[in-house]
Design a protein around this ligand. Structure first.
Ligand code: CA
Ligand code: CA
Length: 218
């Protein structure tokens, strides 16, 4: 239904403008709405009910996991997949717990967003294919409060990370870069209070900093 999207090097966030607005809004709504649910006993309980009747959910079993498939736009093929594990609930009775969610944002049948959840159904990791070429371009790791602790970025869009960002209490503290495509970090940027403080560069490829560049302190 929607035109196929071509690869774009310009997309740097999930909110990239190439996904049709309505589709993206609804998918993000679903993502957010379902994200906040707790240990629901099944697709027809709690806050999911209205969502499911809106989107039409199908349920099947894949190995140990229950898969709930959504066709948000009634186009005859799925947009969102939720994977649930059966675990003991507070009263010992089995309940379904969300462990992973996958989404196809641009309607090409390929997953573009993957989310993994901990035992409290908080997102612990998210992977994104930002240019819809089937290769993951960004992986975000979260702490239990939902703050990012690390981002692995493939700025080269080749599916292999070349930039790693590290966060403490939600603040960027360090960026490591593989600027030569060797698979090894050769540049380290250190941030103090959100500002770049110094850069270390490995010039001979032994993984040890040879040169420090101190940023202006004024
Ligand atoms: Ca896709
Ligand atoms: Ca990609």
């Amino acid at each position: 239904m929607y035109p196929k999207l071509t690869s774009s090097r310009k997309l740097d966030t999930l909110g990239g403008s190439e996904v049709p607005m309505n589709r993206r809004s609804l998918l993000l709504l679903l993502l957010t709405a379902a994200c906040g649910s707790s240990t629901a006993a099944g697709p027809k309980t709690g806050p999911k009910q209205s969502l499911d009747s809106l989107t039409g959910v199908s349920v099947k079993q894949e190995g140990n996991l229950q898969v709930r498939t959504f066709d948000l736009f009634h186009e005859g093929h799925p947009d969102v997949w939720e994977y649930y594990a059966t675990v003991p609930g507070p009263d010992g009775k089995p309940v379904q717990r969300l462990v992973r969610k996958e989404m196809d944002l641009n309607d090409d049948g390929k997953v573009d967003v993957w989310r993994w959840y901990d035992d409290k159904e908080h997102v612990i990791k998210e992977a994104l294919d930002l240019d819809f070429d089937g290769k993951v371009d960004e992986v975000i790791h979260f702490d239990e409060k939902g703050e990012p602790v690390k981002k692995d970025l493939a700025l080269n869009f080749k599916g292999k990370p070349d930039v790693w960002k590290f966060y403490e209490k939600g603040k960027l503290v360090r960026v490591e870069r593989d600027t030569k495509g060797t698979g090894k970090v050769d540049t380290w940027e250190y941030y103090e209070n959100g500002k770049l403080d110094r850069i270390g560069i490995d010039t001979d490829g032994d993984g040890v900093v040879d040169r420090w560049i101190k940023q202006g302190s004024s």
